[in-house]
Design a protein around this ligand. Sequence first.
Ligand code: AMP
Length: 186
Amino acid sequence: MRLIFLGPPGVGKGTQAKRVCGHLGIIHLSTGDILRAEMAADSEIGQKAKSFIDDGELVPDDVLLGIMNNRLKKDDAQKGYLLDGFPRTIPQAEGLDNIMKNLSHTLDGAISLTADEDELVQRLINRGLESDRSDDTPEVIRQRQKVYWNQTAPLLEYYAQKNLLKSVDGLGDIPEITERILGVLN
Ligand code: AMP
């Protein structure tokens, strides 16, 4: 199974992605995690990404498409994957279509996790008090929400037109939300 997770920052994409991957036996690929690992390693990609991430802006499309083009070719991606945080722009979605076509992979669904924005900002501010993520500060959180609505939300329509969009209410108990997601996949 090959899936995409869409949803505003703080909706719980990472938490749900891990649980859904455990159930389905597919790998979880989070571009946020990949970029944070590159920053920690102080690689060329990490150095390029840092200022964008710290400002709550998107890292340029060509960087992400390069990362995913290499990643989806690997052996462990041939049995299925869940993409968490990618694509985030229309050019990334079009690029992903090409990458998948070249690998003869088909997309089974785009899951949109939904929630009220004020609730999400509060959740992220709370997470910021506990995590060491440099982009979980109130100012950067607001910016990341804005970027989501301007640049990523158009993907909802992109996948709806391909008949791949499945919306799931992202508020509630963690296990309950996982059940809802697995329910729309059946
Ligand atoms: P996340 O962990 O998914 O919230 O991502 C954290 C940050 O990494 C985002 O605010 C962006 O700066 C960057 N990032 C992650 N995925 C992408 C992507 N697909 N395109 C551009 N930037 C990304």
